[in-house]
Design a protein around this ligand. Structure first.
Ligand SMILES: Nc1ncnc2c1ncn2[C@@H]1O[C@H](COP(=O)(O)OP(=O)(O)O)[C@@H](O)[C@H]1O
Ligand SMILES: [Mg+2]
Length: 386
């Protein structure tokens, strides 16, 4: 491996598999792993150019020195770092994170709801920390999030990162993973301070949903996502996943799902961080009134009529139009609840429905008969008296 320019990499011992060096190929890079004098490292060999890569990574290193975030290990860009077939390519080296990807971790812990719930809380805390440091990752997704030692969240793949000193630079080509990003970002691109808000919410909702119902994984995971896919995000409220989530007994989750559904309908530039979007309180996330397009949805338990489909009456649910029964009234939604997997929803009294009362206004024919009888009676009395 003397193809490397960095002297400390020339003496590195690369991990090998059955056929040559062990590597992971992503969308834009092939990553090799080596033991070096600097410790275990990951060496990213880029498959396509990253304009101003050197500038971006240098600025990031300097920024992280002043604004450290434990989940992000500074990476080092080396121009002409590797020589392949007489051509020189840049490489990015960073400390190797020892642990599984978020996807692998979630899959292995599906039957540990407390671990998944803790992971969701850790995720919120990390997103808060990133936001306070004014950092946006740009490609939050299951393979770029690792669990160091199976515990600590770490972010890799820093090509698309946004920090204030880079704000004036053109957007990198990376638009993020389509199963995690706002559908409009996937289609048109967007790079900026708040680009992580949407995928962070997708991941947060996914983790809480899986903690409540691990069966969702088998039904909705396609290896490239957690549970949401591009179609779910591009057709908010109209794919099979949404009613499954709205049927959750977890009121907090249902609220979050409604927020996510609304976010899918807005522009990709949400212009708020996740904490502002959801609000924070000791009891957990609360909806907030800002920004104006986000109207809080009061927590409402589903009205359950024994032997009948669950009826929900919140605004978001009304928008859900089940495909098999488009003629159904919009306020009464048959929810495809699987009784085997779904814990029973809380039974709460629904609003009183006014029962139609029999009419008290006399019928015109009855009135006419009454008048005739009265006239005849009066005539009879008159005859008798006279
Ligand atoms: N520092 C690292 N430590 C451990 N694994 C890493 C590291 N960097 C990348 N990887 C692994 O390599 C994969 C591909 O690397 P990544 O930088 O995401 O490439 P791409 O830009 O092609 O997605 C990642 O999903 C992750 O599994
Ligand atoms: Mg990646």
């Amino acid at each position: 491996m003397s193809a490397f320019r960095n002297p400390w990499l020339q003496s590195a011992e690369f991990k090998t598999g059955r056929i040559g060096p062990k590597s992971i190929e992503g969308q834009r890079a092939v990553v090799f792993f080596a033991d070096t004098v600097r410790g275990p490292v990951a060496v990213r060999c880029l498959k396509e150019p990253l304009p101003d890569g050197a500038k971006r990574y240098l600025a990031l290193r300097a920024y992280l020195a002043d604004n450290p975030v434990a989940a992000i290990t500074p990476a080092e860009w080396t121009e002409d770092g590797i020589n392949v077939a007489e051509a020189r390519w840049p490489i990015v080296t960073m400390e190797r994170v020892p642990g599984p990807s978020l996807l692998t971790f979630v899959e292995k812990n599906l039957h540990e709801p407390l671990r998944l719930a803790q992971l969701a809380a850790d995720w919120r805390a990390l997103i808060t920390e990133l936001s306070r440091a004014s950092i946006a990752h740009g490609d939050l997704q299951q393979d770029n999030i690792l669990l160091a030692d199976g515990q600590h969240l770490r972010l890799v793949d820093l090509d698309a990162i946004w920090i204030p000193p880079l704000a004036h630079m053109p957007a990198p080509a990376e638009r993020g993973h389509r199963h995690f990003q706002h559908p409009k970002r996937t289609r048109r691109g967007y790079w900026g301070r708040y680009m992580d808000t949407f995928p962070a919410l997708v991941i947060y909702v996914s983790l809480l949903a899986l903690a409540a119902d691990p069966g969702l994984f088998n039904e909705f995971n396609n290896d490239q996502n957690l549970i949401f896919s591009y179609k779910d995000l591009a057709e908010p409220g109209r794919t099979a996943l949404w009613p499954r989530l709205w049927a959750s007994p977890d009121l907090n989750l249902r609220n979050l799902v409604t927020v996510l559904e609304r976010c899918c309908r807005t522009t990709a530039e949400l212009a708020v961080d996740l904490d502002t979007l959801l609000g924070t309180a000791a009891t957990g996330p609360k909806l907030v009134r800002s920004p104006p397009w986000l109207t809080p949805v009061p927590a409402q338990a589903p009205r359950v009529v024994i032997g009948r489909p669950i009826e929900r009456d919140d605004a978001a649910q009304r928008r859900w139009k089940p495909e098999p029964a488009p003629q159904a009234p919009p306020s009464v939604v048959p929810m495809p609840v699987s009784p085997a997997r779904e814990p029973p929803a809380p039974i709460v009294p629904g609003p009183r429905v006014p029962v139609p009362q029999p009419s008290r206004v006399p019928h015109p024919v009855a009135l006419a008969i009454l008048v005739v009888i009265l006239v005849l009676a009066a005539a009879l009395i008159l005859v008798v008296v006279v």
